[in-house]
Design a protein around this ligand. Structure first.
Ligand SMILES: Nc1ncnc2c1ncn2[C@@H]1O[C@H](COP(=O)(O)OP(=O)(O)OP(=O)(O)O)[C@@H](O)[C@H]1O
Ligand SMILES: C[C@@](O)(CCO)CC(=O)[O-]
Length: 426
């Protein structure tokens, strides 16, 4: 394998926030689940006759080439840190001085004359990871192509940005461990270059996937990229897209930086309709809207956020009861409760000003057929989900989908709880 050109694909799922969008930003508890739609990243190394790094974003219809030497030089350049260099390593991106580092990368990316905001942010995110991760790794790199494609609608609340960030972080992480194997061979080695903090990795010729420890590191870098997109993300999106299934993001005290996350494998695989309102919006703008409300009327806004925290825990409780229940009647009773909580949460989000007439229309159309929906993600447009209880007749579901399509909505009938980050091929 020593001189082989490396070639592999990683993928990460999208997500829905079951309960807790916006309140999680303010350290309240929130529940999220992964979905079966995914983003993919194909990484291909070139050893010879290639002096470019090529980035292709199929969903953004963009292909950009960078001179390998200029990227290589920036990879070696000192980066702004909030600690001494000897404390920094692949496992601690939180020590990068985020704002100063983003400015440095933006300058480099802007040389290509890219002004379109989504493309600019995507590119800054990619170089954030490439230059940050490769800076401290003791490996020899070659030019490469990086191609990103996705089943997920971009900017629609189903975690396209988090799935993208996780794929980029996982691909560069995988590249580092494969290059480190080419350099050091099989076994445990410190892969940090001097003077960085040692980072011990178990190196091997083939990997089947990512261990929980690998995922933790990928998740940390993906969170940094989410900060470029959302300014003050809670971290719930990148976490669910890394680990898959369902997660509970726990509360944190005012001064606690670190939030604990519980990976949940005891939730039912809910069937839902994901309904795209077709209304574009930006997560950052919606988060700003809630922060303005907090400034204008902190007491009322806080009490809504507190209430969302309670709803998240009630939702978790009833969802877990469904998994445990042996009697059909009990299962249905818990579904009825979840439907009440979905309506309650959507009402809160509407009060916070993050709904949209088209999202209200989705709730109205599905409600007419006895089904319950809520917006998911940041709102202001984007997606909502409709819970399909086991007693809903297939005819009713078909008619509901038809009603929604007639009104111009895009509908996906899916099951929640997809796998997290995957190494698809190596
Ligand atoms: N496949 C992709 N290729 C390149 N960039 C992407 C891709 N998917 C997402 N992005 C980046 O993420 C941004 C969208 O982020 P945004 O948070 O607004 O949407 P979202 O992740 O779908 O919503 P939410 O955060 O509410 O789930 C895009 O503008 C782009 O910069
Ligand atoms: C709106 C928000 O709560 C969810 C976006 O999917 C933002 C965040 O948690 O970072």
């Amino acid at each position: 394998m020593n001189d082989e050109e490396l070639n592999f694909t990683v993928s990460a799922p999208g997500k829905v926030i079951l309960i807790g969008e916006h309140s999680v930003v303010y350290k309240k508890r929130g529940l999220a689940s992964s979905i079966s739609k995914r983003s993919f990243l194909h990484f291909r190394e070139h050893k010879e006759a290639h002096e470019q790094i090529t980035l292709s974003f199929k969903s953004l219809l963009e292909r950009v080439e960078y001179d390998f030497r200029s990227v290589y030089n920036l990879t070696n350049l000192d980066k702004p840190l909030t600690c001494v260099m000897t404390e920094f390593s692949l496992g601690s991106p939180e020590y990068l001085d985020h704002d100063k580092y983003v400015e440095l990368i933006k300058e480099f990316v802007l040389q290509k004359g890219i002004e379109d905001e989504p493309k600019l942010k995507a590119m800054v995110g990619i170089f954030y990871i490439i230059m940050g991760m490769l800076w401290c790794a003791d490996i020899d790199i070659s030019p490469f192509d990086l191609e990103i494609y996705s089943d997920l609608a971009i900017g629609a609340g189903t975690g396209s940005s988090a799935a993208f960030s996780v794929c980029v972080a996982a691909a560069v992480y995988n590249y580092i461990r494969l290059k480190a194997f080419q350099k050091f061979g099989c076994g445990e080695f410190n892969i940090s270059s001097s003077p960085f903090k040692p980072h011990i990795m178990e190196l091997s010729q083939h990997y089947n996937g990512f261990s929980p420890k690998d995922k933790d590191i990928v998740n940390k870098w993906a969170f940094c990229v989410e900060k470029i997109n959302h300014s003050t993300p809670s971290g719930i999106d990148n976490t669910i897209c890394t680990f898959g299934n369902a997660v509970l993001m726990n509360a944190a005290g005012e001064k606690d930086e670190k939030r604990s996350i519980e990976l949940l494998d005891n939730l039912p695989a809910f069937r839902v309709l994901i309904v795209n309102s077709g209304v574009p919006r930006s997560t950052a703008d919606m988060v700003k809207k809630v922060s303005t409300l907090l400034e204008i009327c902190p007491e009322a806004t806080q009490s809504i956020l507190e209430s969302m925290d309670v709803i998240a825990m009630k939702f978790l409780e009833y969802a877990q009861e469904i998994k445990k229940a042996t009697e059909k009647l009990d299962v249905l009773q818990h579904y009825r409760r979840l439907e009440v909580l979905i309506d309650l949460q959507h009402g809160h989000l509407r009060t916070l000003g993050v709904s949209h007439p088209r999202l209200e229309e989705i709730c109205f159309i599905t409600n007419r057929r006895g089904l319950h929906s809520k917006l998911t993600g940041a709102g202001g447009g984007g997606n909502s989900f409709t819970l399909i209880p086991p007693d809903a007749a297939e005819d009713t579901i078909k008619q509901t989908i038809q009603d929604l399509k007639t009104s111009g909505f895009l509908v996906d009938d899916i099951v929640l709880n997809g796998e997290g980050l995957i190494l698809e091929s190596s």
